[in-house]
Design a protein around this ligand. Structure first.
Ligand code: BMA
Length: 329
């Protein structure tokens, strides 16, 4: 039986684990896939989302402009590696087709539900909050009212309704780069009315890699072992924050329940493109694409707030590892 409950996508980027590597997550040898100044209007493209689209892939990409302001750009790719970014930022429309002015926008996640691609991101609503929008073609983008009150970031939707409702993860915060942070979960019958908010998981644990704050990462992957969600864990050092990648398995029928959670990080900044850049020591996952048949998963993460990079894992190996090396607290 296949572990991932989802579509096959044999064309996702993939490289076998390098011989001698004992990690369950390994990096793409051609990282980074997007470097400095990829298009005239964006100096750095990172913390971005990609999904299978038609015969290839499409996505929404965080591009920090040459004035430093974070903006979203659409993009297409035949192979998930070479990304063709739109030259201009996304222009959001309201439900009546009228342009909606946007301030800053960052850290998008994208998912498909019934042929509609939904986007969540960090939006400015008098401070950081969760933006929500949709597209069918990655050319025209329509806003949906923001699901939650400010201040909040790292909004991530589940890819289907569970027991009749949509579920959204988020990380309530303050206006700045909070020195705290826990993941909460909310639900809605229609993507408009949100409630039943509760705490899901917090920072801490025996190790220090997720001691300062955590935030939901890519859209959860449905598996027969539960919802697999990668997330970022932050450690505070005397030289600033360090962002690493971990994973959690949530109960399939009740995603408010944490089953297993990686005790140690799966990936932490080590390579030069992760440790040197605009913000050093950041690995920030925002997307995962998978092939259900083989259980292959490609994780897209922002590196050093400068680059876009890919890491790989295989679902059965990862789930077995998580069961063996779990710490739920
Ligand atoms: C977080 C977010 C991310 C960023 C990270 C590291 O608070 O703003 O977009 O990658 O900080 O700077």
């Amino acid at each position: 039986m296949k572990t991932i409950i989802g579509k096959n996508a044999p064309n996702i980027p993939w490289e076998d684990k390098p011989s001698g590597c004992t990690d369950v997550m390994w990096r793409f040898s051609k990282n980074p896939i997007i470097g400095w100044n990829p298009i005239p209007k964006a100096a750095r493209v990172y913390n971005s989302a990609i999904v299978p689209f038609k015969e290839g892939f499409a996505g929404v990409f965080r591009g920090d402009q040459r004035n430093g302001r974070a903006t979203l750009f659409s993009g297409f790719s035949a192979d998930g590696i070479q990304i063709d970014l739109a030259p201009e930022p996304i222009e959001w429309l309201d439900e009546n087709g009228k342009p909606v002015p946007t301030s800053y926008s960052y850290d998008p996640r994208v998912l498909e539900i019934d042929g509609i691609y939904y986007i969540t991101w960090c939006d400015d609503m008098k401070g950081p909050s969760i933006g929500l929008g949709k597209t069918t073609d990655f050319k025209t983008f329509t806003r949906i009212p923001n699901p939650l009150m400010p201040y909040n970031r790292n909004g991530v939707l589940f890819p289907r309704k569970i027991n009749g409702n949509y579920f959204l993860l988020s990380r309530p915060s303050d206006t700045g780069h909070t020195p705290f942070g826990n993941i909460f979960i909310s639900e809605s019958p229609d993507l408009i009315h949100w409630g039943h908010h509760s705490f899901l998981m917090g920072n801490g644990g025996e190790g220090w890699w997720q001691g300062t704050k955590i935030g939901a990462g890519p859209v959860p992957i449905e598996t027969n072992e539960g919802w697999l969600m990668f997330y970022h864990g932050v450690s505070g050092t005397c030289n600033g924050f360090v962002y690493s990648i971990g994973a959690v398995l949530l109960d399939r029928d009740n995603p408010r329940k944490v089953l297993y959670r990686t005790r140690d990080y799966l990936l932490t900044p080590e390579k030069e493109y992760e440790t040197v850049g605009f913000v050093p020591n950041v690995a920030f996952p925002c997307a995962n694409i998978y092939d259900a048949e083989t259980g292959r998963i490609a994780i897209y993460y922002g590196a050093a707030d400068t680059y876009t990079a890919i890491a790989f894992c295989q679902v059965d190996e990862l789930v077995a590892y998580m069961k063996e090396h779990s710490e739920v607290f």
